[in-house]
Design a protein around this ligand. Structure first.
Ligand SMILES: Cc1cc2nc3c(=O)[nH]c(=O)nc-3n(C[C@H](O)[C@H](O)[C@H](O)COP(=O)(O)OP(=O)(O)OC[C@H]3O[C@@H](n4cnc5c(N)ncnc54)[C@H](O)[C@@H]3O)c2cc1C
Length: 477
């Protein structure tokens, strides 16, 4: 095979950039050899790959600021990266970019139990935030299933959710403030320990902005006292549609469990094999968790069971003990890894009104037949946040493209029933060309003008969120 001849201008530009970055960062914080850069060539949407020009791993806000200033002066794009667990390709590089990874910025800066907040560097993993306050009886509520690995930085950029967000809200509801470095190196503080006291709600703009507006280096997060107790119940049904109807009835009745999670037969099987949680043998399973004192738990579970019984459940079992409750959640939270053991897959993320669940689940089954690819369902049913997992064979020519077309059809279906393109995983590269399905040109223009203000040269996380041609034209000016 003939190797491509490297462009001397690109080599010279890279050498100058790397030399300048080494002037402001420690030597071990600048990576430019092709072998080491392969670590950064993709995120958890691993079907798409591209090695970056270089990667940097700063440790402080001042280092981030100095490095961004250099990239801004050099006209070099920068892709911020937390732990690289994005399922939407949000942290995927372009060939001409510098990856700015915050993994080494993982310190706890301040903890204030009286005022219920913690301030951390943004590279700290989600689970280790709860770990830092656990001994005092507190926790950080948003719990993405990737919480062992994903960073608060990525959570903020994607406005991430999780199984227990039905009651506590997603990242934006638990974020009090951030330190943000703009592309030109300017450091700004948005919000703070007591929330944004006045002025425009720029914290709300930054949360969910997918690394388009600045690099988050520190965050103030709300911490909550741990509940007295919690208990999950497993409810099995004869079909996906009936399970969907049960969820819709629980929500309609005004009951607010801490979590309502859904798994279909395929996922029940792979998760049971993984966690030995005691999931019942059925077509569709709901894991519903309530919390509070024993009396509160009993009262809520009684109301939920009354509704469930109207849908002829095949199983209705409370967790026998703490150990089983842990296995139930281990199985659910390991769903994406467990399915990865049996097939290549693409994980979608669309949101729908809960009342549409039965219809949408039936249509997903029909689309699976039409496209000839199997689909498994596991998702946050209580807030209508669907995660269809389309199974495909990466080694079979044309399968990935069929999977992409089927994914697009499912996401269009979500919008058609009044939902939206993403509930928590973000747009990234995966859904950028579907933005026009949900947003009018005027809607998108409004969003792009916000980016113009924060990042006038369009250097931050390019080729994401907005349709490829639109963002390329914007960047070219
Ligand atoms: C097995 C598995 C389970 C998952 N479960 C869930 C779930 O339950 N809920 C959920 O919401 N998501 C889930 N995800 C998706 C993913 O974990 C989340 O999107 C997570 O928030 C990404 O965090 P990260 O640190 O890995 O970010 P990355 O993947 O590194 O980056 C994600 C985005 O954030 C931007 N970014 C990163 N750092 C910064 C920064 N410092 N400043 C500005 N922008 C930045 C990136 O540019 C990119 O656009 C799951 C993923 C996997 C692999």
């Amino acid at each position: 095979m003939q190797m491509p001849v490297p462009d001397p201008a690109v080599i010279a530009r890279k050498a100058r950039l790397v030399a300048r970055l080494r002037q402001v960062l420690p030597d071990d914080a600048v990576i430019d050899d092709p072998g080491s850069l392969r670590v950064y060539e993709c995120d958890a949407l691993s079907a798409y790959r591209c090695p970056p020009l270089a990667a940097i791993l700063p440790r402080t806000t001042a280092e981030v600021s100095a490095a961004l200033r250099i990239c801004w002066e050099e006209g070099t794009p920068v892709v911020p990266r937390g732990s690289g667990t994005s399922l939407a390709g949000g942290a995927m590089p372009t060939a001409d970019c510098v990856i700015l990874g915050v993994a080494r910025m993982n310190a706890v800066i301040e903890t204030d139990y009286g005022n219920r907040f913690i301030r951390v560097q943004s590279g700290r993993t989600n689970l280790s935030v709860s770990g830092a306050v656990e001994a005092e009886g507190f926790f950080y509520a948003p719990d993405p299933s990737s919480q062992l690995a994903c960073a608060i930085a990525g959570n903020i950029a994607m406005n991430s959710g999780g199984a227990h967000c039905l009651k506590y809200g997603v990242t934006t509801n638990n974020l009090l403030g951030v330190t943000l470095v703009r592309m030109d190196g300017t450091v700004v503080t948005l919000g703070g320990p007591w929330g944004e006291p006045s002025g425009l709600d720029l914290l709300g703009v930054v949360c969910g902005s997918e690394g388009q507006l600045g690099v988050v280096t520190e965050a103030w997060l709300r911490i909550l006292p741990k509940p007295e107790g919690a208990r999950p119940v497993l409810i099995g049904f004869a079909s996906n549609e009936v399970a969907g109807e049960c969820v819709a009835d629980i929500i309609k009745a005004g009951i607010l469990p801490v979590a309502i999670e859904f798994m279909d037969r395929m996922l029940i099987r792979v998760c049971e094999d993984f966690a030995h949680a005691g999931y019942p043998d059925c077509e569709a399973l709901l894991i519903i968790e309530v919390e509070g004192s024993d009396a509160e738990i009993d009262e809520q579970l009684a109301a939920i069971k009354t509704i469930a019984r109207k849908h002829a459940p095949l199983a209705l079992e409370e967790a026998a003990d703490e150990a089983q409750a842990k296995r139930i959640w281990l199985g659910r939270k390991s769903a994406f890894s467990a399915i990865g053991k049996i097939s290549d897959y693409m994980c979608l993320d669309g949101t729908i009104p809960v009342s549409s669940l039965p219809y949408v689940l039936r249509r997903i089954g029909e689309l699976s037949q039409e496209h000839g690819l199997a689909v498994g369902n596991v998702f946050h049913a209580g807030d209508g946040n669907m995660h269809p997992l389309i199974l495909y064979d990466a080694n079979k020519p044309g399968d990935l493209e069929t999977c992409e077309r089927m994914g697009a059809d499912i996401l269009k279906l979500c919008v058609e029933v009044g939902g939206c393109l993403t509930g928590e995983h973000g747009v990234g590269i995966e859904k950028r060309d579907l933005m026009g399905v949900q947003f009018s040109p005027a809607d998108m223009e409004a969003q792009m003008r916000v980016k113009d203000v924060f990042d006038p040269k369009w250097l931050l996380n390019p080729a994401k969120v907005f349709p490829l041609e639109t963002s390329a034209a914007r960047r070219a000016g």
